[in-house]
Design a binder for this molecule. Structure first.
Ligand code: 3HC
Ligand code: NAI
Length: 685
């Protein structure tokens, strides 16, 4: 089946792509397009061609699922198709609506003219998949936007609206931007062209805005943390200064190389994993999500304020509730300050700030929340306080309202039982800072209804979070694995590795921050308070002597100017600390330990394989629905390098038997599931 429609309006052939779900340019779509373009060129009735999408989306680009299959290499290739458009003797107008990404934009760049809806989202997102545009994008975009604007767009991969792109000085990307129906506007545009020749071809243009790309290169090298594609893309953009054919040959070679690169495979895994995470047993197309038009947040502390901002940002009214007037005022001030800082940095328009604040209501009475559709509790992490809050909420909230808890450690099954409506109670575990971090663990208590889960997934989508459903256990998916990872780091520390060695090994691996720098950033006192509670509750629990001693010295991290590292003059640069070196030396001496030295590789193995081992247990217990969900949690919430695909995927690339052997060598009995899969030569999913 060919995935296009051919229609004629006057003397204009309108060729529309119709290849669900996102008009990916798979072989059938390419064949359909070429057939229709040929037909229009051969017809004497046709004077010009309009190329359009399905009204909702122009095209999301190459079909990613086709990569690595024979279809990807079959003719017509995307390049052949683009050449056919560009060489066409009749004017070709691309009518861009909805999404125009990757190969979709490259296709539009092959047209002679482009008409776009103002709200259309336009991007070359290939770097997000570890790739570079492979069908002329790196050579044509700089010729219509200038070197720097094109380089920014290609190396960050982010979407810009047509309205924004049309404002770029001297841009030749868009010939017309409309607020009305783009297809009719494009037809009128095509009709107005008459027989005008010669037809403009982007490949014939030269780059007229030739800016210095060295500063961008320096930024990318620093921020990339080992990701190759953006730097390769930048090299290619630089080549747009030279002949078009040299640039496209270089682009083709780079694309072919990157498609087979492990980084791209990891990023593609992450892309599909995020989408798979939204398939939840029990939630089908027929499960109706409840309407959520107003949200209440109880507790305006660190988390409550961040959570509230997610909804305000999405235009959803919030009632913020507290137990005292002071705490409420403090919470509102935090929200206001956060937005004001964004306005000052030029990241938020003043009018948007005013709009968001106008959606915020405050309350000191539960009764005020009664009409909200969803209430998220973010009060102290104490079961008695949660009980009091949920009992009150149960009494006042309207029937059908969803009662959610942001607890990180408490048993949500128990919390649900504080109410007479356990099927309406769910865990919504946000990550700090909640207005920034993209992960949302949706914790599924035993009695929660499928409808409530469907609503939670829908809410996550509306506020732009990456949701993963987790079962109830201590720490859910993410924090439970984090505890193992931290324990593995501390084991290495106790055996002779320094915080600097451990951090730098894991940062080389691609993490934004190693465990000790991260602890200094968030504050060592938080973990210390938890440990002290554990020591009281269970005198046999293994003590973390080194970390405790550090906290006893008042070294809580950046906020006290000293932690695992020293921070001089209030700066954020972590400087190795002689005090910590001394503390470690005395620990080794006291315990008769001969400090061992570890290679960066063995440190990474120790830390990452403990994540994998705990992940396998989580999978075995059904706390995670699939291994790729665990990958999503670790990438979106814990800084695991996305191009490595997440810990479970990474373990598969290394080989599960290698992981098993390494764990055993460290004296760890691996999870039974891991042993079984390694024995059978299978993978997690
Ligand atoms: N190829 C194949 N499948 C794709 C796809 C693509 N390019 N883009 C999306 N899909 C699939 C998704 O996997 C999902 O499938 P599922 O329903 O089975 O889970 C379905 O389409 C819908 O996708 P989303 O859930 O993401 O839908 P949204 O409406 O939220 O978003 C989108 C749509 C903005 C297009 C988003 O999917 C997206 O950003 N896709 C990636 C686009 C991309 O990276 N394009 C570049 C491809 S590489 C390229 O073009 C190379 C060229 O230079 C040669
Ligand atoms: P916090 O101490 O900053 O804020 C709690 C707020 O709740 C305080 O402002 C307090 O006045 C208010 N409060 C207490 N009892 C109340 C009541 N009965 N009614 C209304 N308000 C009340 O705590 P934080 O860090 O925001 O944590 C809140 C919850 O979020 C906890 O359950 C915590 O485990 C969880 N969480 C915390 C994360 C973090 O990194 N801080 C991350 C993820 C979850």
């Amino acid at each position: 089946m060919l995935s296009t429609h051919y229609a004629v309006t006057g003397n204009v052939a309108v060729i529309s792509l119709d290849h669900p779900p996102v008009n990916g340019l798979a072989l059938a779509a390419r064949q359909g397009l070429l057939r229709d373009v040929t037909r229009a060129l051969e017809s004497s009735e046709i004077g010009s061609i309009v190329l359009t999408g399905n009204g909702r989306i122009f095209s999301a680009g190459a079909d990613i699922t086709e990569f690595g299959t024979p279809d990807a290499l079959a003719e017509p290739s995307l390049r052949t198709l683009i050449e056919a458009l560009e060489d066409a003797p009749k004017p070709v107008v691309a009518a861009i609506d909805g999404v125009c990404f990757g190969g979709g934009l490259e296709l539009a760049l092959g047209a002679h003219y482009r008409v776009a809806a103002a709200a259309a989202r336009i991007a070359l997102p290939e770097v997000k998949l570890g790739l570079v545009p492979g069908a002329g994008g790196t050579q044509r975009l700089p010729r219509v936007l200038g070197l720097r604007a094109a380089a920014d767009m290609i190396t960050d991969g982010a979407a810009r609206t047509a309205a924004v792109l049309a404002e770029l000085p001297g841009q030749k990307l868009l010939d017309l931007v409309v607020d009305t129906d783009v297809e009719s506007a494009a037809v009128r545009f095509a009709e107005s062209l008459g027989n005008s020749v010669p037809l403009p071809r982007i490949r014939d243009l030269t780059v007229d805005r030739d800016e210095d790309l060295a500063p961008l290169r320096a930024t990318l090298a620093k921020r990339g943390r080992g990701l190759r594609a953006p730097l390769v893309a930048l090299d290619l953009v630089e080549q747009a200064r030279g002949p078009f054919s040299d640039g496209t040959s270089a682009e083709r070679a780079a694309f072919t190389q990157l498609v087979d690169d492990g980084q791209s495979a990891g990023l593609r895994h992450a892309f599909f994993a995020e989408r798979a995470a939204q398939n939840v047993p029990g939630v089908t197309k027929d499960t109706t999500a409840r309407t959520v038009s107003k949200v209440a947040v109880v507790g305006a502390g660190t988390m409550g304020t961040g959570i509230a901002m997610n909804f305000l940002n999405a235009g959803i009214p919030v009632a913020l509730s507290e137990s005292s007037r002071e705490a409420l005022l403090r919470g509102v001030a935090t929200i206001r300050r956060t937005y004001e800082a964004q306005v000052e940095k030029g990241r938020l328009a003043y009018t948007a700030f005013v709009d968001r604040m106008s959606l915020l209501e405050t309350s000191l009475e539960y009764a005020d929340l009664a009409s909200c559709d969803l209430v998220i509790e973010a009060v102290f992490e104490d079961m008695d306080v949660k009980r009091a809050v949920f009992t009150e909420l149960d009494a006042v909230m309207k029937p059908g309202a969803i009662l959610a808890s942001n607890t990180s450690t408490l048993d949500i099954d128990l919390i649900a039982e504080f109410t007479r409506r356990p099927s309406d109670v769910v865990g919504l575990h946000f990550f700090s800072p909640a207005n920034v971090m993209s992960l949302l663990e949706i914790v599924r208590p035993k009695k929660v209804s499928d409808e409530v889960l469907a609503t939670a997934l829908e809410v996550a989508r509306r506020i732009g979070k990456v949701p993963v459903v987790a079962g109830v256990c201590d720490g859910f998916i993410g924090n439970r694995m984090l505890a193992r990872y931290r324990r593995a780091a501390d084991d290495l520390l106790e055996a002779g590795a320094s915080p600097g060695q451990i951090d730098s090994a894991i940062e080389q691996f691609g993490y934004a921050m190693g465990p000790y720098r991260a602890s200094d950033l968030s504050g060592g006192d938080i973990g210390w308070a938890v440990r002290k509670r554990q020591y009281l509750e269970n005198p046999d629990v293994r003590r973390n002597e080194i970390a405790d001693e550090l906290c006893e010295m008042g070294r809580f991290g950046q906020k006290t100017g000293a932690g695992w590292y020293d921070y001089e003059d209030g700066r954020r640069d972590a400087v190795p600390s002689p005090v910590v070196a001394e503390l470690l030396a005395s620990y080794y001496q006291r315990n008769g330990i001969r400090p061992q030295s570890y290679s960066a590789e063995s440190i990474v193995q120790r830390l990452v394989f403990s994540l994998v081992d705990e992940g396998a247990r989580i999978l075995e217990e059904g706390i995670a629905l699939r291994a790729s969900d665990i990958d999503v949690v670790y990438i979106a919430g814990y800084g695991f390098p996305r191009y490595r695909g997440g810990p479970m995927y990474y373990a598969e690339t290394v080989g599960l038997s290698t992981v098993e052997a390494a764990l055993r060598a460290d004296g760890i009995e691996p999870a039974p599931l891991l042993v079984e899969l390694a024995r059978d030569g299978r993978t997690f999913d």
